[in-house]
Write a protein that binds this ligand. Sequence first.
Ligand code: SF4
Length: 291
Amino acid sequence: MRTLKQLDVNVTNRCNLQCVHCGFESEDKTELSLEEYEILLSDAKTLGAEKLDITGGEPLLRRDLPNIVMAGSSRGYYVKLITNGTLLTRDYLAQLRENGLDGIAVSLDGSTPERHARIRKTKEDQFYRTVESIRSAKRLGLKTKVNTVVFASTLDNLPDITQLCIETGADAHRVCYFSKVKRGLHSREEPADPYELERVMKSMKRYVSSIDLSFGSPIYGGGCFEDTDMLQILPDGSVYPCSVLAAYGTALGNVHERTLTDIWNDETLWQGYQRCSQGCPAKKIRVEDLC
Ligand code: SF4
């Protein structure tokens, strides 16, 4: 019998940015209500879930975000918010912290306003808001991670981005491999050469005493989903085994039609995933483990 460990909820498809790599581009404005999340969170708790990631779209566009955070923390979840960081103020972060937020992951795709804005399709001054939100989160005692999507054109910038993460006080820097899905299909940006990415990450070993540094690369396969232990729920209620498969794949089911418990316990839905082990870009490699 599998135990569910983590629930990721994309609480909206809406976003204030138009990042070139976005895997959640969608015209669908459907969203689950707070009451529906309360039911899902209770269901997932009975299945064993301990971690809740709240993501989007940009989750700060939901006015009831503090209530969703509270719904998770009051049920005993470790609650993490995944955001582009452009809409956060210190006061709002403090409110989320009071409501039980434990951690935050903020997206930063360049070490300068110009480089960040080119990927995120935003104004250069948003870079400063994003960096300030990382600093504020750290000051408020939140576990703080920075996510960076890397492209062939930005590989050279990675050491400077990591250095900036360290300067903000972030606990972790996760480098994510660009996959050509959704909006990425129409982008001129190209994925980094995976071997080049590994070479650059190896050259950054000097940073691992200051920050938890990891990356995802498609050259490492090896059974990412063999111990499938999470569920990803999109705003329309569709349920997937993870965010990568949500961008590429077919849903396991929809919570408008079946309960989360039913979907989790239906072994016929999970058979294909036991063999899903080839080159998943979501697989995490810690830089300190590279030889
Ligand atoms: S990647 Fe995130 S921040 Fe960028 S457009 Fe998509 S949802 Fe918004």
